[in-house]
Each structure stands twice: as structure tokens, then as C-alpha cells.
Design a protein around this ligand. Structure first.
Ligand SMILES: *Cc1c(COP(=O)(O)O)cnc(C)c1O
Length: 917
């Protein structure tokens, strides 16, 4: 049996970092915070502590460090520091002129930061004449978790840190963005290890009054709340905490209020902690409550109403139905379809996982329960919207399941995956939502994730240049090899200190005595090649791939001339015993006295640990099962500090590895036997280490510098750095998604929602009439050599004409396209060139409209052509958007929207039947 009792938990108390004793059995009944008022001259300290910008502003951090270096080092928490610092020290500082100067400087720096219009100011100025891009007047960004700083533990990992980095970069760039999330009484769990290496979870309680949060209150100082009807005539009430992230307000809903019953209070008890019933309540609170919170916040602050709503993953999907409800039941009094058109135009949806188990899905009955239909099937939760219509939004292949990602796509006119490869994988994965279209044409784009430079770049590098500045590349190019190497050595040495400190703490925590832990004082070598591997213990991430051939790994690590050391960290989901046993395997492996010097598992991976390992590791290892890593961001953070990536070509690395910034581990994707695949990929990993990575690191010149390694580091900093920054990501979101969405929103709302009404009417027509739309024939002019002789020269042109039955639609409301390309042996058109056909006449003898186009095949060889009809409307953004397409009868899949059918693109079944020869 692998679970074991944590010995320390049985002891009566445990010393914490401050040497005070915490009694595990004596729980505080209530908590309260005592705050000593700051001397007037130090008032700015409080302002600096309450704006989380300090978390990415080193000069401000240095000020807090000056206040009390020890308290600061213990947990880097400004508010805690201010509540614990000795009053005598504050008195001393209040008359310290040098300190007051620094403080004043930081305070005015924050002020000018907040006032600067930054990049977005310039960008929006350039959009004046562009009808397809309008500056969003506001963007509401919804996420289930936000990882901004370790002092605000409301995140679990990648998704949350990404959301935190998004807010920080949005702040730096001056975007008018508001974040929306939940305030959890306990955040994600803190991880420790039992004596035998089994994961133990603890859930420290978050006290909002001790955190950098302000309760949203009205003019009279009364807390502002939002309410949501719950089944059984109950009402869920939530209050709203506001965290200030630079210039970005982050609204966090909190249901832990006396007016709620126990069950409702518990909705925000912890992140990812409960069953599906718990989860759906959280998502209702996030999506519906979050939208209501935005309205309250806007009302109180006089900000503009957001014109764009961004759902960071399907968790936030209910915001779409809430927005529809607003437009249906509010003064606009739109019908459902018109309201849906408005909402779709301005919603952006980002999907984050290609792992099917990672998609958020609920039993339909559970969703229906919360929609709480009355006897006429109208949802009480949603102010009378038709329950069945809402349930259709989450429709998927399994009729018993409501799929949050599907709702996100259906209610988001613009959507994206988080790397180029993930975009491609998502297009295939969700192709069923656009039946009749080839995966390539599925309207899901991609914006590759990025990481926030000022947060993740070690101060030593930031001191040399701001990685986001245009001159950064030149600075890196001009650094001497010696300087780069010294930086790397220093950062590695700092990491080694941190490893020793954490190894000792973890050993004590596991119940080992100090006498047994003497070895931790000099583990790891500040000069040895250091490899980092830190990530969730999810199966596809393969925490234990490196243990595949234990003897080979042992030989690599313990080579006396060219030693290698490994820092490993990561949490398993509390319910995932499989993941926990992987962690235990690693821990046990590291306990070998010959190896513990070279390999360690550090418990409780979080932002505070992450900072050290990204900065100090020479190589960042990642070996997911391709293509299951949507993006991955830890390798980016390493790269920004001059770490070289050693990774499977998955996620971001697939598009950014260039042969000079690290190594690609060969992926055995064709191999279906997963054990064999693991063997092959592990071998590829060992081989790269033995033959490339290690020799390069230890290939030194007379000065002891590994010149070629240093050149790879330089190349990584200069070339890769700018591509992996969150500022690049947020600019991409703004130009590719937010600004077009804001423009669509403007257009569709203009003239009392004329565009939305027209589009909704058109969709209604399509639903009725599309069945009658047909292409009855396509013919070519035949007069040109291209058709007479298949080997004729490229460039010759053919006129194609399609006979289209419009079923009552007008020619302006359809796009008829000619598809021409070379034909494969199976008869599929390869990479067709698509040409819009123009109405040229008709009706013909049988009442059909003729559409034609002149096409010029680009290549020689055997060509095929076909035609198709799609709906056309000025408020649509993509040909495939509505999922309607019609090919010539009998040659391709004909489809309408809303039907979920097995995906199979036109290429497989169509086209060939009308090959001209
Ligand atoms: C960056 C980061 C992650 C996410 O890393 P991935 O490579 O995307 O798995 C998780 N946890 C922490 C603490 C991080 O800083």
C-alpha cells in the first residue's frame, strides 16, 4: 500500500520558517488581521503593496526587501511584510532620507506607469480608417484561475499562469481589459511528500483581508453583490473582490457569505476540488455571475462597457448565454437569434487542450437542473430563455453530454488554439462542428502563448536589457561570451542554493531528522550541467520517461568527468493516484545514495519555486506525447533566461525550434504500441544527451568557456526571446481577434441592431431553405487546351459554369466557389485553388442560376474541379462559419449546421466525380 501517514502530521506541532509553532489540532475558529498603521511618510508602501505590479517590478521589490530583508526573503509578500515588520524599523525608515527617496521614486514610477497610454494608445490611433478593426473600448477576460503571484494563490498551473501573464502584458500594453475570475477560500493544494514519497495535499485558507484585494463597494461603502437564481427558489449571492494588476482590475467572485446556505457558500471553497456538480456551480458563477459583476463594476466606476468578451477555456462559456439573456430581457428586447448574433460577434473563445479528457463536459441532466426550467421549458436561471435552445449550444455526439467547448465555439465567432500545431489539432478535433468542411477549413485559428518577460526574466538579465525592447537583440549580440557564461553560472549557483534549502525543508517535512539530512547541505554542483523538468504529473507529460532505462540514466548523471544533475517538480491532481505513483517512483529513484547528489524531486511546484528553476537550469526538458501538449510555456520561461530547450517537437517548440536554440527529441508518433513508443523516445532522449548536449556543455576553451554552448544561449536570447513574450501574444490577440471582434460588434449593433437582425433572419432562412439548395451540374468551357490535353502548359485557362438551384435564396446571399487542383490517385483534389464564381445568368431552362469563373490551373498534370455553395452575409467572418455547404449532388457530404455527424472532408468523398478529362 502506497499511502502512508505523514509522520509530522502526527506530531503535536510544526515549526514554520519563523520558528513559531503551528498546532495542527488547534484550528482557529475565526481569523482577523491586525494592522499597524504606517507612519505618514511611508504611506506609499501600502499603495505599492496593493497594486500587484510590484510582482513584476524589481525596483519596488527591492524597496520591500530593504524594509526587512529576512521577512521579504521568507515569502516575498509585501502585505505580510508590512503587517509583521517591527514598528521600530518602520519608525527608523520613516526618517531615512535615502529610503524615502527610493520610495518616492517607486511611487511616482507607478503613477506614470498607470497614466501612460502605451502601445494600445498608438495602435488604436492607427485604426481610424479600418472598418474591419476597431479599437475595443473594453475587453472582459474570463478565466477559472489566475496565476499572478504566489501571494494570491488562486491558480493551479499552466492555464492560470498564462491568464496571469495575459493580464500583466495587457497592463503593460495599456489594453482596456478587465479580468474576471473566482476567489477561492483555499487555492489549489500545497504539495508535500510522505516519508515514502507519496503526495500529500494541504489546503491553506486564503484570508482575503490579508491579501492585496479590495471589496467592491457602492458609494455608501456597502459591499456590492450579484445574485443568481438557483433551483428550489434559492438565490446565490456573491461579493466581488478586486485585485489591481498594474492598470488591470481583476474581479474575483466570492460566494462565502452568511446569506448563502452551506452548499452555496462552498461554491468558491477551492479550485478544481469537487465533483461535476461543484464544478458546474463554479462555472455558472464565473460565466453568469462574472458578467453581472462586470456590469456592476462598470456602473460604479464609469468605465466603458466591454465590447469584447474573451473566454479563456470553456469554463467561462456561460457568459455567452448570460449576454444573450441580457439582450433578450433587457431594454433591447431582442429575440434569441438576434441576441445570439450580437454575442457571437463579440465573443472570443480560446481552447487549451487537445486531450479529450481535458474538455469540460457535463451530463445534460445536470445542466438542465441548473437551468431550472419552469413548466413551459423556460429557464429560471436565464430569465425565461428556452431551455432546449440553450442546451443545444453544448450539443455533442453523445446526446447525454453538454460540452462547454462546443458552446464556446458556437457562441464565439472567433476562436483559437494556443500554438500553430494546437490550432491544427483543434481544427481536426472539432471538425464535427463544421460538417462538410475539411479540417483545414475549420474556422479555428491560433495564437501561440507567451510568457511575461518582467515576471520570468531573472533580475540579472533584466539589469542588462528589457527583453521586450527593440534594442534587446543588439544588447545580447554584443555581450561577451564571458559575460553570458558568468550570468549562467551565477544563476545556476543560486538554483543550487535553493535546491539545498528546499531539500532540507522537504526532508524535515517528511519526518527525517536533521542527522539523517546532513547530505542535503552539499548536494548538487554549481558547475554541473543542470536539467530541469517541472510540470503536472499528467499521463501525457510522461514524468517518468527519463527512468525508462534506469542504468543508462544513472550512468549519465554520475559520470565523474561530465556530471549531469536533474531538478524535478510537479503536482499530481489530488484524485489522480496514477500521477501520484509516478511522483513516488521518481522520489524513490532519487533516494539512492549514489544519485541523491544529482537528482531531486522538489515538492510544491509553484511560482516561487518556478522562478528559480527557470533561471538556473541550463537545459529545459519536456517530453510529452505529441501532439497532446497544446503549447507549454515553462520552456519559454527557461529560454528567456538563456536555457536551452530539449523537447519533443510539440506545442510551441514545434514552431519555434530552429536547430540553434536547443534540441528536438525524435517523436515516434507512428508507433501505436505506447510502450515501444516510450522506449524509442527515451532512447532518442538519452542519445541526444550523451552525444550532443553533454559534449557541448563540457566542450571548453582555455578560459573554461563552452563557446558553442554560449553561442546557442546568445541565439536563444536574441532570436527566440521576442517570440515567446506575452506582450507578443497579447498584441496578436488584439490585432487578430479583439480589434476585429470589436469592429464586428460595432457593425452588428449599428442602427438598432440592424445587422444582427438581418443575420438572424438570414440564419432562419438558411435553416428553412438550405435543404433545397443544390448544384445540378458544373461544366467547363472545353475550348481550351487545358481540358483537351492533360499535359498542357500551366496557366492556360478554363471557364467553369455551375448550375445552382438557390431554393429561394438570392444570389447575393450565396457564395459559389470553384475548386480546382491536381487529383490524387484516389480521386481527391489536392490543395484546391478556390475561386469565387460570379452570377452570370439565368435562370436557365430549368430555373437555375448560373455562376461562372475563369480558372487557370497553376501546375501541369491531371486536374479536377468541382464547385460548392456557401451562405454569404456581411456579418460573417469565415466561409465555414455557419457550417452550411453544398457540393454537386452525390459527390460530397452535404450538410447543414447543428447536426453532429462524423467528420469526413469533401476531399475524401467529393470532387473526383466531376473531374474533367
Ligand atoms: C509556467 C508554469 C506552468 C506551466 O508550464 P507548462 O510548461 O505549460 O506545463 C505551471 N506551473 C508553474 C508554477 C509555472 O510557472
Amino acid at each position: 500500500m502506497s499511502h502512508s501517514v505523514n509522520r509530522t502530521a502526527l506530531a503535536s506541532g510544526r515549526s514554520n520558517a519563523r520558528g513559531s509553532v503551528a498546532y495542527n489540532r488547534v484550528k482557529a475558529f475565526r481569523r482577523f488581521t491586525v494592522r499597524v498603521p504606517l507612519p505618514d511618510s511611508l504611506a506609499d508602501l501600502s499603495a505599492l503593496a496593493h497594486n500587484l505590479r510590484w510582482s513584476w517590478h524589481t525596483p519596488t521589490q527591492n524597496i520591500f526587501a530593504t524594509v526587512d530583508p529576512e521577512l521579504w526573503a521568507a515569502d516575498r509578500d509585501p502585505l505580510r511584510l508590512l503587517s509583521e515588520v517591527a514598528p521600530e524599523r518602520l519608525a527608523e525608515l520613516s526618517t531615512d532620507a535615502a529610503f524615502l527617496d527610493k520610495l518616492n521614486e517607486a511611487a511616482s514610477d507607478l503613477e506614470s506607469y498607470l497614466a501612460d497610454s502605451a502601445w494600445f494608445g498608438d495602435y488604436s490611433g492607427t485604426l481610424d480608417d479600418d472598418p474591419t478593426h476597431s479599437p475595443p473600448v473594453g475587453i472582459a477576460y474570463f478565466s477559472m484561475e489566475f496565476g499572478i503571484s504566489e501571494v494570491l494563490p488562486i491558480y493551479s498551473g499552466g492555464l492560470g499562469i498564462l491568464a496571469g501573464d495575459h493580464l500583466k502584458a495587457a497592463s503593460d500594453l495599456g489594453l482596456p481589459l478587465i479580468g474576471v475570475g473566482l476567489f477561492y477560500r483555499s487555492g489549489y493544494f500545497r504539495q508535500s511528500l510522505s516519508h515514502d514519497g507519496w503526495q500529500i495535499e494541504r489546503y491553506p485558507v486564503n484570508d482575503p483581508t490579508a491579501l492585496p484585494l479590495t471589496l467592491l463597494t457602492d458609494g455608501e461603502g456597502a459591499p456590492v453583490t450579484i445574485t443568481i437564481p438557483m433551483p428550489g427558489s434559492r438565490v446565490l449571492t456573491a461579493q466581488i473582490w478586486v485585485a489591481t494588476v498594474g492598470r488591470i482590475p481583476l474581479l474575483l467572485l466570492d460566494s462565502d457569505l452568511a446569506g448563502n446556505d452551506e452548499e452555496l457558500r462552498a461554491i468558491t471553497d477551492r479550485l478544481y476540488g469537487g465533483d461535476q456538480n461543484h464544478r458546474i456551480k463554479q462555472e455558472i458563477l464565473l460565466g453568469i455571475g462574472g458578467t453581472r459583476a462586470i456590469r456592476e463594476y462598470v456602473r460604479l466606476t464609469g468605465r466603458a462597457q466591454p465590447s469584447v468578451f474573451h473566454m479563456n477555456e470553456g469554463h467561462a462559456g456561460f457568459l455567452g448565454v448570460e449576454r444573450i439573456r441580457e439582450l433578450v430581457t433587457g431594454p433591447e428586447a431582442l429575440d434569441f437569434d438576434t441576441a445570439e448574433s450580437v454575442v457571437r460577434a463579440s465573443n472570443v473563445f480560446t481552447t487549451h487542450t487537445p486531450v479529450p479528457a481535458g474538455i469540460d463536459r457535463f451530463p445534460v441532466d445536470l445542466v438542465r437542473y441548473y437551468l431550472d426550467p419552469d413548466t413551459e421549458g423556460r429557464s429560471r436561471l436565464l430569465g425565461g430563455l428556452d431551455t432546449a435552445t440553450v442546451l443545444d449550444l453544448g450539443d455533442e455526439a453523445d446526446p447525454n453530454i453538454f460540452n462547454m467547448a462546443h458552446m464556446g465555439f458556437r457562441l464565439g465567432q472567433r476562436s483559437n488554439g494556443v500554438s500553430e500545431l494546437h490550432g491544427e489539432v483543434s481544427r481536426a478535433m472539432f471538425a464535427d462542428l463544421w460538417p462538410g468542411f475539411d479540417a483545414d477549413e475549420v474556422p479555428i485559428g491560433s495564437v501561440t502563448n507567451g510568457v511575461h518577460g518582467p515576471t520570468w526574466v531573472a533580475p540579472a538579465w533584466q539589469h542588462l536589457t528589457d527583453p521586450d525592447s527593440p534594442s534587446a537583440e543588439a544588447v545580447y549580440r554584443e555581450l561577451t561570451a564571458e559575460k553570458i557564461w558568468t550570468q549562467r553560472n551565477d544563476l545556476r549557483a543560486e538554483l543550487v542554493d535553493e535546491v539545498r534549502r528546499r531539500a532540507l525543508a522537504s526532508g524535515r517535512d517528511r519526518g527525517f531528522t536533521d542527522a539523517e539530512l546532513g547530505w542535503t547541505t552539499d548536494i548538487f554542483d554549481p558547475n554541473a550541467l543542470t536539467i530541469g523538468f517541472a510540470r503536472r504529473a499528467a499521463t501525457y507529460k510522461r514524468l517518468t520517461l527519463m527512468l525508462r532505462d534506469p542504468d543508462r540514466l544513472r550512468a549519465i548523471l554520475t559520470n565523474p568527468d561530465r556530471p549531469v544533475q536533474l531538478v524535478i517538480a510537479g503536482k499530481a491532481h489530488p484524485a489522480d493516484d496514477g500521477g501520484k505513483s509516478l511522483i513516488q517512483q521518481v522520489v524513490r529513484f532519487t533516494e539512492d545514495p549514489d544519485l541523491r547528489d544529482r537528482m531531486i524531486f522538489l515538492p510544491d511546484y509553484d511560482i516561487s519555486m518556478a522562478r528559480h528553476i527557470y533561471a538556473g537550469c541550463d537545459v529545459w526538458l519536456n517530453n510529452p506525447v505529441r501532439p497532446l501538449e497544446a503549447c507549454g510555456t515553462s520552456g519559454m520561461k527557461s529560454a528567456l533566461n538563456g536555457g536551452l530547450n530539449l523537447s519533443i517537437l510539440d506545442g510551441w517548440w514545434d514552431e519555434m525550434a530552429d536547430g540553434e536554440n536547443g534540441w528536438a527529441i525524435g517523436s515516434a508518433e507512428g508507433v501505436t504500441d505506447e510502450h515501444r513508443r516510450d522506449d524509442l523516445e527515451a532512447q532518442a532522449l538519452y542519445e541526444l544527451l550523451e552525444e550532443s548536449v553533454i559534449p557541448l556543455f563540457y566542450g571548453r576553451d582555455e578560459a573554461g568557456i563552452p563557446q558553442r554552448w554560449v553561442e546557442m544561449v546568445r541565439h536563444t536570447l536574441a532570436e527566440l526571446g521576442p517570440k515567446v513574450l506575452a506582450s507578443r501574444m497579447v498584441r496578436d490577440y488584439t490585432t487578430a481577434l479583439y480589434a476585429p471582434a470589436a469592429s464586428s460588434f460595432e457593425l452588428i449593433c449599428a442602427d438598432d441592431y440592424a445587422g444582427a437582425r438581418d443575420l438572424a433572419g438570414f440564419r432562419g432562412q438558411l435553416n428553412q431553405r438550405w435543404g433545397a439548395v443544390q448544384i445540378l451540374g458544373v461544366e467547363d468551357s472545353g475550348s481550351d487546351a487545358a481540358t483537351a490535353d492533360p499535359e498542357s502548359t500551366p496557366g492556360a485557362s478554363v471557364t467553369l459554369t455551375a448550375h445552382v438551384e438557390l431554393g429561394g435564396l438570392t444570389p447575393e446571399r450565396v457564395a459559389v466557389q470553384a475548386l480546382v487542383g491536381r487529383v490524387s490517385a484516389e480521386g481527391d483534389i489536392l490543395d484546391p485553388t478556390i475561386t469565387e464564381m460570379a452570377p452570370t445568368g439565368g435562370p436557365d431552362a430549368s430555373g437555375r442560376t448560373l455562376f461562372s469563373a475563369v480558372v487557370s490551373p497553376r501546375h501541369s498534370g491531371r486536374h479536377g474541379y468541382t464547385a460548392r455553395v456557401l451562405p454569404k452575409h456581411p456579418n460573417l467572418t469565415d466561409d465555414a462559419e455557419l457550417g452550411f455547404v453544398r457540393y454537386p449532388s452525390g459527390t460530397a457530404e452535404d450538410a447543414g449546421p447543428g447536426v453532429v455527424i462524423t467528420a469526413s472532408g469533401y476531399g475524401a468523398t467529393g470532387a473526383a466525380a466531376v473531374t474533367s478529362s
